[in-house]
Design a protein around this ligand. Structure first.
Ligand SMILES: [Zn+2]
Ligand SMILES: [Zn+2]
Length: 345
């Protein structure tokens, strides 16, 4: 089969690899029909994720058809149409029993990281019974690819941890696919104000179409001043960090109001300054989380019933065999006006 293979920092190729086989009775082999590229894949290619070794097939999102299952798989059989979760969970360990699948002792984020991933014609899914979801008949596959990672990530790490409530004020720092996924799912709770902060006017335009009440270009204006002006000098009830650099986290510290929550989504590679000298008395909560994908079954229903239009996040379509080109487009997201790309096998 063909697959997108990582060969160390800045090196990848679309090449021939053996079709994966069942290794444990709880495995399934899935033939990929649609997959996508994530910002995390770009981090890997920059060399930011050193556990990813030369020869690894990338990708942790996708949908497909079950090709074969191991002897202990009960919930799935050959021919089933399935959604692949970016988080693998055994369902039995200490953390899985608390719904913290991201910390599964025999799983977590392993696809396209510690085991071969979904940017290939076939993928082996460990713990298939608890890591795959049945796709209802007549579903839109493209919309469901957004459920492998970005929708549960925006919703769990940003919206739920951020305790967004009706009428409250929210600022989302970073209007990339994850920030926009948080924007879409924040609206389940009808906040009164949603301020999107980003340096790219095109993405801010998209955010307004997706329901942001206000937008702030932090390259052109002082985002702290603008946010305070919008919130009657109170600051926001929820500040969601969806970038992963010190400046944007510190911006969240400056715009959160008394009693508010900073919900971090960004993947941070550097330490940030915690301004306790201003925050100590403000009744602030700071949350961190890796997506657990515990909300995937419910988000699947929201997409099915069209309460959540996840297809809006897709800007480009490619054949899977054209993935090298798709990486170039996704890697130049601002210039290409790219959000999520769909790769069709
Ligand atoms: Zn991802
Ligand atoms: Zn587990």
């Amino acid at each position: 089969m063909k697959a997108l293979v990582y060969h160390g920092p800045h090196k990848k190729s679309w090449e021939e690899k053996p079709i994966p086989v069942i290794q444990k009775p709880s495995d399934a082999i899935v033939r990929i029909t649609k997959t996508t590229i994530c910002g995390t894949d770009l981090h890997i290619l920059k060399g930011d994720v050193p556990e990813v070794t030369d020869g690894r097939i990338l990708g942790h999102e996708g949908v497909g058809i079950v090709e074969s299952v191991g002897d202990s798989v009960n919930n799935f059989k050959k021919g089933d149409h399935v959604l692949i979760s970016c988080i693998t969970s055994c369902g039995k360990c200490y953390y899985c029993k608390q719904g913290m699948y991201s910390h599964c002792e025999d799983g977590g984020w392993i696809l396209g990281h510690l085991v071969d991933g979904t940017q290939a014609e076939f993928v082996r899914i460990p713990h298939a019974d608890t890591s795959l979801y049945h796709i209802p008949k007549e579903s839109d596959e493209d919309a469901l690819v957004m459920l492998s990672d970005i929708l549960p990530t925006g919703y769990e790490c940003g919206v739920l941890n951020g305790k967004i409530s009706p009428g409250s004020s929210v600022a989302i720092v970073g209007a990339g696919p994850i920030g926009l996924a948080a924007l879409l799912t924040a609206q389940f709770f009808a906040p009164g104000t949603i301020i999107m902060i980003d340096p790219d006017d095109n993405r801010l335009g998209v955010a307004r179409k997706f329901g942001a009440t206000d937008t702030v270009n932090n390259k052109k204006e002082d985002p702290v001043k603008s946010t305070l002006a919008i919130t009657e000098n109170r600051g926001v009830d929820t500040a969601i960090e969806a970038v992963g650099i010190p400046e944007t986290f510190e911006l969240c510290e400056s715009i959160v109001g008394p009693g508010g929550t900073i919900a971090n989504i960004g993947v941070h590679g550097k330490s940030v300054e915690l301004h306790l000298e201003t925050l100590w008395s403000k009744n602030i909560t700071i949350t961190t989380r890796l997506v657990d994908t515990v909300t995937t079954p419910l988000l699947l229903k929201s997409v099915q019933s069209k309460k959540l239009d996840s297809k809006k996040l897709i800007t480009h379509h490619f054949e899977l065999s054209d993935i090298m080109n798709a990486y170039d487009v996704f890697g130049n997201a601002a210039k290409e006006k790219a959000l999520k790309v769909i790769l069709k096998a």
